[in-house]
Design a protein around this ligand. Structure first.
Ligand code: COA
Length: 182
């Protein structure tokens, strides 16, 4: 199997765009999320039928889904959905990492890869639907100097897409560059 070759990436799995044939894996990943992560991800309580049809919709409506894939299974994902109903072209993004992999830099790798993709599509603003107390999501955005702003009492945060190069780098590589003053 093709292996990840980026230096400094500490995980056995790969960050890559999901293929149409990954639908079942993506659905299984979303269904495996623990109760709290699922609630934070979908901003409320959802049943398995909703989650299953949500996954199928992502694969039929042009959503970009980037995954963390290990041994052929998806254990983390980042999604970019177009919101054509809004006046300004806006992408809606969402993240999910399974609990046993939290705090290991996988969300960061997915975030940087997804923002780079959003930049390449010309989006200037992205929306995240979650609750304003979602500290993990806020920390993730902060880490990349992306401002996540919630209007009072709202459940939709806005991220201004940073300008300039935003290529994917694993956390360890970012730390090395920062330490070297890059
Ligand atoms: C948000 C989420 C994707 C982050 O994934 P992750 O793989 O744990 O993220 P990372 O390990 O890359 O951590 C990114 C930064 O956030 C910080 N962070 C992560 N979880 C945190 C928490 N619960 N509280 C505060 N900070 C947190 C980390 O410390 C890290 O910062 P650092 O590198 O400066 O230490 C994950 O918590 C998740 O799936 N949550 C449930 C779904 C969700 O809330 N999705 C977002 C809304 S759609």
């Amino acid at each position: 199997m093709h292996k990840h070759t980026i230096p400094g990436w500490p995980h056995p799995g790969q960050i890559r765009q999901l293929r149409p044939s990954d639908l079942a894996n993506f659905r299984e990943h979303l269904l495996r999320l623990d109760t709290e992560s699922r609630r934070d991800r979908f901003n409320g309580v959802t049943d398995d039928i909703f989650v299953g049809s949500y996954a199928a919709r992502c694969f039929s409506d042009g959503t970009t889904v980037i995954g963390y894939v290990e041994d052929g299974e998806v254990h983390g994902a980042a999604e970019l959905h177009e919101r054509p109903d809004l006046d300004e072209p806006t992408g809606e993004i969402a993240f999910s990492v399974e609990r046993h992999l939290h705090h290991k830099g996988i969300g960061s790798a997915l975030f940087s890869r997804l923002i780079a993709h959003a930049q390449s599509l010309g989006y200037e603003k992205l929306r995240v639907t979650t609750h304003p107390q979602n500290e993990a999501m806020k920390a993730l955005a902060r880490k990349f100097k992306a401002r996540l702003i919630f209007e009072d009492g709202e459940t939709v945060g806005t991220i201004e897409v940073p300008e300039g190069s935003f290529a994917f780098l694993p956390a360890a590589e970012n730390a090395r560059l920062e330490a070297n003053g890059a």
